[in-house]
Design a protein around this ligand. Sequence first.
Ligand code: SF4
Length: 69
Amino acid sequence: MRLAMSRDSTTDRVGLCVSCEHARSIQSARGSTFWLCEASKSDSRLRKYPQLPVRQCVAYRADAEKQHG
Ligand code: SF4
């Protein structure tokens, strides 16, 4: 139950990147989590570090493992 609540909270805060195959989460030494968009390397419409939460994205691709993992 606690885990589910935490996941929902992250989804609310981050948006689509949570379940996108292009997203990489990076933990800083101070404990903050940054979300990096790998698709931004080849798509100039995207930011390397998207402004969160991402509610709509032209390059979103659902990652089955992230959605169920
Ligand atoms: S493609 Fe969009 S949804 Fe996916 S990681 Fe990049 S910004 Fe987030």
